[in-house]
Design a protein around this ligand. Structure first.
Ligand code: SAM
Length: 251
C-alpha cells in the first residue's frame, strides 16, 4: 500500500497506510464548504485500495447512516503550517491558535469529517463507499473510516466558541438563460446539478474580506468536469451566468 510521509522535520514520525481515495465533485479548494453536512447534494465516493480493498473490512458497516472519515489534506500539505491562523469565520482578521481551528494548515495535515454513508458497492472485488454531504477535495487520501456513533459523538450542548452556529447560507441563487440551457444539457449526467450549484453558492464561497461588499468580479468554480461562472448581484444574490466544460483545475 502507499505510505503517507510526514512532511515536518521532527524525528518522531509515524507512517500510515492510505486505505482509500475520494472521488469528489470538488476539483479545487475554492467553493468547497467549510464543513461536511452543509451541502447535502455533494455526492462522492471512496474507492478502497491495497490491503484495505477487502469486503471483510466493511462487513456490517452499512447499518450506520454516517461515518467518520480521517484523511490527509493533500492539497495543502506541502504549504506547511503556522502556530497562528486566521479563521474565515472571524472575518480573516483575527489570529488564533491553529489547534483552536479546523484549518487545513496543521502540524499534521489530518482532517476529519462526518459524512452520510449512502451505499456500499462491491463489484469485481472493488469496494466503493458512496457518500454525501462531503467537504472533500477530489483524490483526498483516506487513512481511516469509523462508524459515527451519536450517543458519544454528538454533544448537543457543547460550547463551540466562535463556531457555535452553522454559517449562514442565505444568498439567493438564480440562473440566467444560458445557464438554464446548460443545466438541461447536463441533466442526464448530473441530475442534481442546479441544486448542487445553489447549495454551494448559497454558502458564499468568496474570501471573507469580500463578504458584505459590492463585488462585480466574475468567479469561476470547478464542479465535476464543469466550470461554473457566476457573479454577485447586489449584496445578497448570485447569478449563475455560464456553465462550460472545465479546461483545467487548480489542483
Ligand atoms: N471537516 C474537516 C475537518 O474539520 O478536519 C475539514 C475542515 S476544513 C476547514 C474544510 C476545507 O478543507 C474545505 O473547505 C476545503 O477547502 C479543504 N479541503 C478539503 N479536502 C482537502 C484536501 N484533501 N486537501 C486540502 N484541503 C482540503
Amino acid at each position: 500500500m502507499q505510505k503517507i510521509k510526514n512532511t515536518t522535520d521532527i524525528n518522531n514520525k509515524i507512517e500510515f497506510n492510505i486505505i482509500g481515495q475520494v472521488n469528489s465533485p470538488y476539483k479545487e479548494k475554492f467553493a468547497i464548504p467549510r464543513q461536511p453536512g452543509l451541502v447535502s447534494s455533494a455526492k462522492g465516493s471512496i474507492t478502497l485500495i491495497g490491503d484495505a480493498n477487502n469486503a471483510e473490512l466493511v462487513r456490517e458497516l452499512a447499518q450506520f447512516s454516517h461515518i467518520w472519515l480521517l484523511f490527509v489534506f493533500h492539497g495543502t500539505q506541502a504549504q506547511g503550517w503556522k502556530p497562528l491562523v486566521r479563521p474565515p469565520r472571524l472575518g480573516g482578521n483575527k489570529k488564533i491558535g491553529v489547534l483552536a481551528t479546523r484549518s487545513t494548515f496543521r502540524p499534521n495535515p489530518i482532517g476529519m469529517s462526518v459524512v452520510k454513508l449512502d451505499a456500499i458497492d462491491i463489484k469485481e472485488q472493488q469496494v466503493i463507499l458512496h457518500i454525501s454531504a462531503i467537504d472533500l477535495l477530489d483524490k483526498t487520501p483516506i487513512i481511516d473510516i469509523k462508524p459515527y456513533v451519536p450517543y458519544s459523538d454528538s454533544i448537543p450542548h457543547a460550547n463551540a466558541g466562535f463556531a457555535q452556529t452553522q454559517p449562514l447560507a442565505n444568498l439567493q441563487v438564480t440562473f440566467n438563460e444560458q445557464a438554464q440551457i446548460a443545466i438541461i444539457k447536463h441533466s442526464k449526467n448530473f441530475p442534481d446539478l442546479a441544486l448542487f450549484i445553489e447549495q454551494v453558492l448559497a454558502q458564499d464561497p468568496r474570501p471573507a474580506y469580500k463578504q458584505g461588499k459590492i463585488d462585480d468580479k466574475i468567479y469561476g468554480m470547478n464542479l465535476y468536469d464543469l466550470n461554473i461562472q457566476w457573479q454577485m448581484q447586489g449584496l445578497t444574490c448570485i447569478e449563475v451566468i455560464d456553465i462550460m466544460p472545465s479546461t483545467s483545475s487548480t489542483e
